[in-house]
Design a protein around this ligand. Sequence first.
Ligand SMILES: [Zn+2]
Ligand SMILES: [Zn+2]
Length: 133
Amino acid sequence: MPSGHCHCGAIRYEVKGDPVYQAVCHCEDCRRNAGAPLVGWAAYAAGSVRVVQGEPKTYESSEHGRREFCPECGTGLFYTNEKVLPGLKDVQFCTLDDPEALAPQVQVQCADRLGWMDRLETVPRFDRYPSSE
Ligand SMILES: [Zn+2]
Ligand SMILES: [Zn+2]
């Protein structure tokens, strides 16, 4: 059964079966909450996600949106929204033990997508940092 964890390891979870979808989200809420340009989400039936260690803290990030994160290290883990995504639990799939296990099928909330994302492929790449090449 696929499992995942926060950065510090205090929270561990398991997911059962396949997600309903996998997406990267460009919305302002995700960006601001994660401090990152986009966030990867895999939506599972709510009952298919089980926390097996620790207890996430819940942050009410919007009227109906609830973001669960590790209170020790701050890693974002889950998102639920009974209004928009009833019965589903979004998992930040890059917290899976194997973050390559799932790949996004769609990009959502592209109305909020940062303009420079279009040019990212043209930005020079380094395996680590420029100075170590
Ligand atoms: Zn943690
Ligand atoms: Zn979002």
